[in-house]
Design a binder for this molecule. Sequence first.
Ligand SMILES: Cc1ncc(COP(=O)(O)O)c(C=O)c1O
Length: 343
Amino acid sequence: MIDLRSDTVTQPTPAMRDAMARAEVGDDVYGEDPTVNRLEELAADMLGKDAALFVSSGTMGNLIALLTHCARGDEIIVGNQAHIFVAEQGGASVLGGIAMYPLQNQPDGTMRLDDIRNAIRTDDVHYPRTRLICLENTHMRLNGAPLSVEYHEQVREIADAHRLEIHTDGARIFNAAVALNVNVKEIARFSDSVQFCLSKGLAAPIGSMLVGARDFIHEARRARKLIGGGTRQAGIIAAAGIVALETRIERLAQDHANAKYLAEQLADVPGIELDPSSIQTNMVIFDLAPNGIPAHELARRVQAQGVLLQPRGAYKLRAATHYGVTRADVDTALQAIRAALAE
Ligand SMILES: Cc1ncc(COP(=O)(O)O)c(C=O)c1O
């Protein structure tokens, strides 16, 4: 199967399996797992932050960040297409009593700066207290759009003017850094905390990192334990994370080139609507002509030819490129899609 549903389907590399088998481990709740400690130091260093925390998933990293930044009754400003708002079961509200103020995401993954300014609450007994602005880079639902360093800086200025904090859901922040051709530190420096995933394009089997200031990570470690996320000989999986950070980042450029190629070819297929110039990383989201073949039916037809796509709406699908997908696989997928639409 050529699996284009998501970059979460990546398999650990042989080097990861080898590192996992040989990992030195200890009890991480006691802070005694040398491999986890090494991964946390590496992540903090790469992102230019004081400290890092290894967590089980992106969802857990975001939740812990929000629980740590906010008290019950505080409010976050977040995009209406953000993973935190759409796809984490409202965990921050359910478990933390945190209100969410969703703002319209623009097609490039940003929220308008004026919308952010207008959403910040005044000190009024009717309102919750604005505490945190959440960004998502790359923006998964909006074609994996990378947010620019300048945008992060502009949001920082607003946050500073109102004494707010910023959390970036950087599940794919290395995709953003590669696409923008900047050091990832340049993106991260304008956020108080960043969550990024080891398990997506970087191909580790499990895990995300939350990075930030030392005191913040100290508190985040408590929140991780609170929600049952303290794990013991976690070095077994952290070992794969180290390999991910040391060896898998360069490959993302190839994933982006494959996505661009796929998008350019798809844009020429009758019945598909897509602007290839909007594809800058590894997500290709495209529309089918309304009232034509529905997304589920197209996915079923291409599956019969050995290709998996992810339906994301009645006439919307996603194809994500990753290291398990070669240029030849993209050509095979294109053939399958053309054939399925012609059936
Ligand atoms: C932007 C973004 N944030 C967070 C997550 C959550 O990551 P996980 O599936 O590891 O919980 C995802 C998962 O796809 C994502 O795309």
